[in-house]
Design a binder for this molecule. Sequence first.
Ligand SMILES: [Fe+2]
Length: 245
Amino acid sequence: MFSFLKKNKAKTDFSFLGADMHNHLLYGLDDGLQLPEQTIEFVKKMQLLGYVKLICTPHILSGVHPNSPATILPRLQDVKKILTDNNIDIKIEAAAEYMIDNEFAALAKNGDEVLSFGNNYVLIEMSYVAASPYLEESIFNLKLRNFQPILAHPERYSYLHTNFNKYIDIKDRGCLLQLNLLSLTDYYGKDVKKIAKKLLEEDMIDFVGTDMHHYNHLNATIDFSANTKVYQLLQSRNFLNATLV
Ligand SMILES: [Fe+2]
């Protein structure tokens, strides 16, 4: 009786991306998932969405999320074990999402261990309130050490919305850009959606990530309808995600 409704709702499928390289699925480390059972549940759902590899990126933010290789890497091993114990077969790795503050600026410069993934990629982010005064020097110093910085969710920094040249400048400095999938829906608001579409249309986006933290993100991602124009726009672009698998 409702088959016509089903027909209009195409199944959400992100298998063309293959790998998610920005999420908070490692439990108990930051403002993402808190319990091992949640990690199991979310990983299963990510598989149903078409992902075959997950690169988990817990926040590192001094005083708020004081993570380091010493907290993240053992948790990755715990998660690998519980996934194996639950017969879940998926590739899973860990890196981090570094807030660009003075501590990160020092880390980028001083040669201490930086958590990277794939082709020496390092995921960095800024506050939603104001641009980081350490952005340019951090990009420079990371590249000097042969790391390839990726700025997380550039579309979510509202202070950049009126200055599109700043996005171009960040790319010109050799930093890649990662878009959040949900930015293409109304999840973060109309302004974010507008700039997200523009960045995609201008071929400025190198990676796409879920930035998955909790059930609202999961449900909104599952609801990302595969028969919308933004989904077609997404599919029409080439991202580096597939090179990570
Ligand atoms: Fe994130």
